[in-house]
Write a protein that binds this ligand. Sequence first.
Ligand code: ZN
Length: 395
Amino acid sequence: MTIHPAGKVAASIADVSDEFVALRRKLHSQPELAYKEEKTSALVAGYLESWGYEVTRNIGGTGVVGTLRNGLGDRRIGIRADMDALPIVEATGLPYASTTPGVMHACGHDGHTAILLAAARHLSETRDFSGTFHAIFQPAEEGGGGARSMIRDGLFERFPVDAVFGLHNWPGVPAGQFGFLSGPAMASVDLAIIKIIGKGGHGAKPHQTVDPIVASASLVMALQTVVSRNVDPLEKAVVTVGTINGGIAPNVIPDSVELKVTVRTFNDVVREQIKARIIALAEHHAQGYGATAEVTYPRGYPVLVNHPDETEFARQVALRHFGAERVETDFRQITASEDFAFMLQEKPGSYLFVGNGDSADLHSPLYNFNDAILPDAARYWVTLVRDFLSSNDAS
Ligand code: ZN
């Protein structure tokens, strides 16, 4: 990928990009799971301190915030990067592959951390903004709700912001292309755990049992109607039965069967509607076969809703500094979920995407963050911070 010439900022970040690529690979080689980002957060905090940031550690677990103030401006911006890795056995064979068995940076959070650090260093050197910049390094994006933990630990009271931004690399989108989506951009995720309880017995005497396998099979098919028959056709939703477990032998009818269902939606009304339908179908199906159903429904991450004004601002920054050819015109909604959604429930802001090129998909054991996108992504943060903090400059 070519580095687009755009004066001092581009040249400077390009000059140091080798350093941050090396840092990214170091992070890749020492991945840490959610809330265990001890080495990573220590490294992040150490760098920020050495660059003159006021550093606060242990926010929401291993979270770190680095604060840099400059000039007389009273605007405040937060940029968030996630730091955690996944419980995946890496299969890339890279020279800098994970040295921790069973743990892997398979979502590019190593890249997100290195990008924000590169931008943070540049901003500390140039100090060409007027206001307050908070670099937010978050633990536990992968299912642990690290964003929520930081918020509960007073993130936005202790480090007030007028807007907060984050980014994710995106495989399948050309390297370095920017994607913006106003409104609901990423899905909510919930889990339904359904236990169908029957009465076990001999496989040759089904009449003396209540067979939970038959009730479960029927329920799996009925669940396919939730999206097709209950949800408004103009809405989007996913109901996937991911696991079904029950029985140990062909000639034994088990007492119970457990199903696990993942649910994705793009608005809260559909989210509630699907929950109600799944519970009703499970209970009534079980009842129809003489069994009973127990449903637990742990909530995952909410719909990620990008704020229109901040998203347009972020898009304009990309257009101004990188050109229209670098901005995707038809970036589509994503059925994956993301806990930055919690931050966007608290503060205006936007979550954007940077193409990772033709790489393996996120969460694949073959995935790797594309180092070629690091300099421009860092330059994007620098320009966003600079433009945001000068757009209503009180100095
Ligand atoms: Zn991720």
